[in-house]
Design a protein around this ligand. Structure first.
Ligand code: BMA
Length: 853
């Protein structure tokens, strides 16, 4: 029996009893004596627990997803023993559940102590009377009803609401649970259940329930203050508590203040920081993190302590009227940041399999790739603390959606109340992270309303009308959430949706953010014009590509299915019309192939090209009066092995587009391109002339001087068809775009050639870019004479004729400084290789047309 007793009337020091071990689970209906199965550790997910007990075949392999469906249709019960305790008279025992997925009935010693129906809500239940002095350990039992079936029941109870959605069973809209569990256009239908976040037994007399930190920075950035305030629970039973508030940088104490806990349970103090070390995004300076701590004391005894790691930074979402409409970009500590980056989905269908190490590995990938922002998409979860911690440490800005995605959400009174509690709890949990720079109300719910022709009038500001309309969730995005966010985290800008057109249609390119899906979905435009389709901030756009061959082999069970159109490969692609869409972009641009390895390369090349055309153009537009404030690719990651829009696959194997993005987002980059002509419209008769232009983009905060060059290299022979142009000593504008050269291509007199640009800073080559005649399928690629020389940890790559998209093998544990490169004669490129085991085979490689003689 645990003994946490103390002298009468003296408050006890808080302590925590971990409850991660000793659990078992069973099918609720199974009453046999052998029905309980062991759980390795909680948090856990029922499907994974079944896999661990060999009761379920891995749903990520073959067609097993279908065989796993029954799990989501059943009710599951988990249990663990709660130790009996002898508590001091002043102590209470509280069971803290950080997250239950989703319809949970919690019983202690057979009595119901909690019923929960929102996965995103934490719960605390006082169980003092149960555990104190009990003669036995008590069973804690949690029954999880089938969320899939309950969702349908709730939907049926609301026949007046129009349940419409993109992706998944529309009943999902009635349930506060990760929406992608219902299946998405990149993810399987695996309706999970379980204790998905930690459970603890907390013993204390008083406790700091909340620590809030409001940071204010002087206009000259020479000083800052942190208003730290705490809410103390059970203070009224223990008057005369003292509080100490401190701020530290590493081990160095910067400031502290002592105060009393008031009769209302609150205490606050102002902490001062002179010459603060500001928190800056990746690439713009350091990510200094301060720790603000609060302790409460009774006499000299510290009863409870809390701390938050914060950053000193301010953020502005600059939305100002301009010649194009209204700007939309982020300014951090006075610096305008072009937010090139990615959208993020949950990293696993089974959330509890994402370890802190995995989170770190994902976010670490973004840093060398020059990515600045990650968008947590609204169909997943408010992420685990580890996610935000790593973003804070590495300087990755976070765009945080609230958890609503692709649907017309109902607003019946119970759900509104639950959503409000969910919003408050999650904003409080994450608001101190300096990486979080925006809250957005939802993902594409306005687009659903627009495309389903729901009745709404952006001019109507009457909230009661919204609730009574057939698009009631406007109330959530334009009233409930902004209210919570302004009260709980006024330092984080709020935006009603992603996308949101500020009262105009959500696809309006002149205002707000925009999801540009007319490449791939929609009108299936050519990706060569991606930049002309953008808005003020492109928070989604993308192109699918096959994953790595090893990832494909991880789920294909039979050798004979290793071909691009096999049933199992199609099954591991959930996107509507994916065969047609991939095929369209392939046949429009490249000579296709039926061999799996070449098909993988071709789809990956198309993804590289598409994303490059988007990012390169939008970054150029950044320098044009902040025409475009950022671009976030759909999507960084996958939740299972699949063909999707991800640029890195489920097993963290990079697709070539990862490198292409990194190059166009480099701190200083050169861009070169000829004007687009649509070859299918002109029936392959090229226009007689095409303009070309060369520019430089820089995210440096001061003007710099650079040298640039452009060569005109015949695709067929590798010879330069005309004199190269060299421009020395050009002044490159700080944090902007500098137009450098313009010219004309004569398509009658000049043979098809590559424009090959390079840029030097202080004599050092820092970036390249190439522009190819389009489409690539019309170009001849025989006899490229590629040479890859391994020199220590480097590969020196050269060719005698222009090479498109030379991709190196992605080997486990290996990190490459670059890949998916274009090569022109006379310009050897050096690739650094990290992690290649001594004595192992050199890395394999391929390129477009590698098979041509
Ligand atoms: C957008 C996203 C996702 C979806 C993606 C690809 O609609 O918000 O819902 O997976 O496009 O279709």
């Amino acid at each position: 029996m645990g003994d946490v007793s103390g002298p009468e009337n003296t408050p006890v020091r808080a302590e925590v009893i971990d409850l991660s071990l000793g659990w078992s689970f069973k099918l609720t209906d199974d009453v046999g004596s052998n029905s309980w199965l062991p759980v390795k550790k909680v948090p856990s997910t029922v499907q994974q627990d079944l896999i661990d007990n060999k009761k379920l075949a891995d749903p990520f392999i073959g067609f097993n997803e279908i065989k796993a469906e029954w799990v989501g249709l059943k009710s599951w019960t988990y249990r663990v023993a709660i130790p009996r305790l002898s508590l001091a008279s002043t102590a209470r025992a509280v069971l803290a559940f950080d997250g239950l997925d989703t319809f949970a009935t919690v019983k202690l010693g057979g009595k119901t102590i909690l019923e929960s129906d929102n996965m995103f809500l934490p719960h605390r239940v006082d169980v003092t009377d149960f555990v104190h002095g009990s003669a036995y350990d008590l069973d804690l039992e949690i029954e999880f009803a089938s969320a899939f079936l309950r969702a349908r029941e709730i939907k049926d109870q609301h026949p007046d609401h129009k349940f419409v959605a993109f992706n998944g069973d529309t009943a999902r809209l009635a349930v506060r649970k990760a929406q992608y569990h219902w299946g998405w256009d990149w993810g399987p239908l695996l309706v999970c259940a379980g204790v998905w976040r930690p459970v603890r037994l907390e013993i204390y007399s008083v406790r700091i329930a909340e620590l809030r930190t409001d940071v204010k920075i002087a206009d000259d950035y020479k000083s800052a203050t942190v208003d730290a305030s705490i809410d103390v629970e059970a203070h009224s039973e223990h008057p005369h508590l003292k509080a100490r508030l401190t701020i530290k940088l590493g081990d160095q104490l910067i400031d502290s203040t002592d105060t009393e806990v008031g009769a209302n349970g609150k205490a606050s103090g102002q902490l001062k920081v002179d010459n603060p070390e500001l928190w800056m995004p990746n690439g713009y300076g350091r990510q200094s993190l301060y720790t603000v701590s609060a302790s409460i004391f009774h006499d000299a005894t510290e009863l409870h302590a809390e701390s938050k790691r914060i950053g000193i930074r301010n953020v502005q979402l600059v939305q100002e009227p301009d010649a194009r409409g209204k700007s939309f970009y982020f300014r951090i500590n006075g610096v305008d940041i072009f937010c090139g980056g990615s959208c993020w989905i949950p990293a696993d269908s089974f959330l509890t399999n994402v370890t802190p190490e995995k989170y770190r590995a994902w976010i670490e990938l973004m840093v060398p790739a020059n990515q600045k922002m990650i968008r947590i998409w609204g169909g997943g979860i408010y992420e685990n603390d580890e996610f935000y911690d790593v973003c804070d440490e590495l300087g990755i800005l976070v765009w945080q959606d609230f958890m609503f995605g692709c649907g017309n959400y109902p607003c019946f009174p119970d759900i509104l109340e639950s959503i409000e509690r969910e919003a408050v709890a999650n904003v409080r949990r994450i608001r101190h992270h300096p990486s979080i720079v925006i809250f957005a109300g939802n993902n594409e719910d306005y687009q659903v309303a627009e495309s389903a022709h729901l009745t709404y009038d952006y001019e109507d500001k009457n909230e009661e009308h919204w609730l009574k309309s057939d698009f009631p969730a406007r109330y959530i995005y334009e009233s409930l959430l902004p209210r919570v966010s302004a009260r709980e985290a006024p330092w984080i800008p709020y935006h009603p949706g992603s996308p949101w057109g500020d009262g105009k249609i959500s696809s309006d390119p002149t205002v707000g953010d925009m999801h540009q899906w007319n490449v791939w979905h929609g009108t299936q435009e050519k990706y060569q014009i991606f930049d002309s389709l953008g808005g003020r901030f492109n928070s989604e756009f993308g192109m699918e590509a096959f994953p790595h061959i090893a990832t494909i082999k991880s789920f294909v069970e039979r050798e004979e299915d290793l071909y691009p159109q096999s049933h199992v490969l199609d099954f591991h692609n959930k996107a509507d019309g994916h065969e047609r869409r991939i095929a369209t972009y392939l046949v429009e641009n490249v000579r296709t192939s039926t061999s799996l390895e070449s098909y993988i390369h071709l789809t990956q090349l198309i993804q590289c090209e598409a994303l490059m055309f988007g990012y390169r153009g939008w970054r150029k537009q950044w320098g044009d009066d902040r025409h475009c404030g950022g671009a976030l690719v759909w999507q960084l990651n996958d939740c299972w092995p699949v063909t999707s829009w991800s640029i890195v696959d489920y097993y963290l194997r990079r697709k070539p587009a990862y490198y292409a993005m990194a190059r166009v987002l480099a701190p200083v980059a050169v861009g070169v391109r000829r004007s687009h002509h649509d070859w299918s419209v002109t029936h392959a008769r090229e226009p007689r002339t095409q303009d070309w232009e060369l520019w430089v983009v820089s995210s440096k905060l001061i003007d710099i001087v650079a040298d640039v060059e452009v060569k005109f290299v015949s695709v067929r022979t590798g010879q330069e068809i005309k004199e190269k142009i060299v421009q020395k000593g050009i002044r490159v504008k700080a944090n902007g775009t500098t137009d450098v050269l313009k010219g004309v291509i004569d398509n009658e007199k000049e043979e098809p050639h590559v424009l090959a640009a390079r840029i030097w800073l202080n004599g050092k080559l820092v970036a390249r870019d190439t522009d190819w005649p389009q489409p690539l399928k019309y170009l001849p690629f025989p006899s490229r004479k590629v040479n890859v020389k391994v020199v220590g940890n480097e590969m020196h790559v050269s060719a005698e004729r222009p090479v498109k998209c030379l991709v190196f093998e992605e080997r486990e544990g290996c990190h490459l400084s670059d890949s998916a490169i274009d090569i022109v004669p006379g310009d050897t490129q050096t690739i650094q290789v990290r992690g290649l085991k001594a004595g192992s085979q050199p890395l394999d490689w391929t390129y477009l047309g590698a098979g041509e003689q």
